[in-house]
Design a protein around this ligand. Structure first.
Ligand code: NAD
Length: 288
């Protein structure tokens, strides 16, 4: 499939352009920064909020090369900004690309949405946020992502474009925080997600959550894994504190002939204070 990837120089763009190329797709790159050294991709440098620039890219493709068959829109500022800047970066760019697609008969649009589109959805430990929850953004960034999805929905209804918003969680090579256990999207899964969104038959307007199935110890849920990790850390701290306490006690016995109850119990109470509130007490473990 011949695909225009916007934001090709970005962290997701670099992985996706390589991944799609390796899977046999032909990638045409677009970014406001020039091609990185060594890139062999056909590259268009410019701002995709600029409708004239975007139209020129599509024109050039249909004159000079094979016509495009799909667009993967990854260009955008990936953090919070002012409302006008966020709307320009995510919503105006989306509309410019969709307009050019209509003009050139390109039918498939894949978008880097965000879980910030539903970041204010009230959650309990057991609630799963699905695509049926109404958009409930937590930032101007989230508002602009929701608005981009609304533009996609309009173009799907009005022009029959297939438009898939992938609400990406945390795109990282590996999870590094407890939060990532619920939000992490691996590089390989990201490429698979984009390719599936490009090739699924007739999705119409669709939203999906781009989050990898995070492996959890013992086959439990990511939340349970989170508690297990915390508990193991607590147990390790507790054992260290006990060892320190017994070293202190034996030193005091050696120097003063008897132990101080206060100093020997202090580290243990520190360990207890650190234990997470409301969580079950650690069960005996065979793990070191
Ligand atoms: N990284 C994540 O965890 C994550 C999570 C959810 C959603 N997203 C979304 O994915 C997309 C890519 O994110 P990223 O992490 O790769 O960001 P990034 O900043 O690494 O890359 C974005 C790229 O887009 C280009 N760009 C920005 N605005 C442009 C414009 N108007 N015209 C042309 N090029 C432009 C930049 O030059 C950059 O190369 C963004 O839309 C972001 O909101 C990212």
């Amino acid at each position: 499939m011949r695909v225009l990837v916007s934001g090709a120089a970005g962290s997701i763009g670099q992985v996706v352009t390589v991944g799609l190329t390796e899977r046999g797709h032909e990638v045409v790159a677009l970014d406001r920064v020039p091609a990185p050294e060594g890139s062999a991709l056909p590259w268009h440098t410019g701002d995709c909020a600029d409708a004239d620039f975007v139209a020129a890219v599509f024109d050039a493709q249909s004159v000079d090369g094979e016509p495009l068959e799909g667009v993967v829109h990854l260009a955008g500022h990936p953090d919070e900004a002012s409302l006008p800047d966020s709307i320009r970066s995510h919503t105006v760019t989306t509309a410019a690309l969709l307009d050019a697609m209509v003009e050139h008969g390109v039918r498939r649009f894949v978008y880097a949405g965000s879980n910030h589109a539903v970041g204010r959805t009230p959650r309990t430990r057991d609630t799963e946020v699905t695509v049926d929850h109404r958009p409930r953004p937590d930032t101007f960034y989230g508002v602009a992502k929701v608005a981009a999805e609304a533009v996609m929905s309009l173009y799907a209804d009005r022009y029959g474009i297939d438009a898939v918003s992938c609400r990406i969680g945390s795109f990282r090579s590996e999870p590094s925080t407890v939060r990532h256990l619920s939000t992490w999207l691996s590089h390989d899964d990201c490429v698979r997600m984009v390719e599936a969104s490009l090739t699924a038959p007739a999705p119409g307007y669709a939203v999906l959550y781009g989050i990898s199935a995070t492996p959890a110890p013992g086959g439990t849920s990511p939340r349970a894994a989170l508690s297990a990790t915390t508990l193991r850390t607590t147990r390790r701290r507790s054992r260290r504190a006990s060892r320190r306490a017994s070293r202190t006690t034996s030193r005091r016995r050696t120097s003063a002939g008897r132990s101080s109850p206060r100093s020997s119990s202090a580290p243990r109470s520190t360990a207890r204070r650190r234990a997470p509130r409301g969580r079950p007490r650690p069960a005996p473990s065979r793990r070191r």
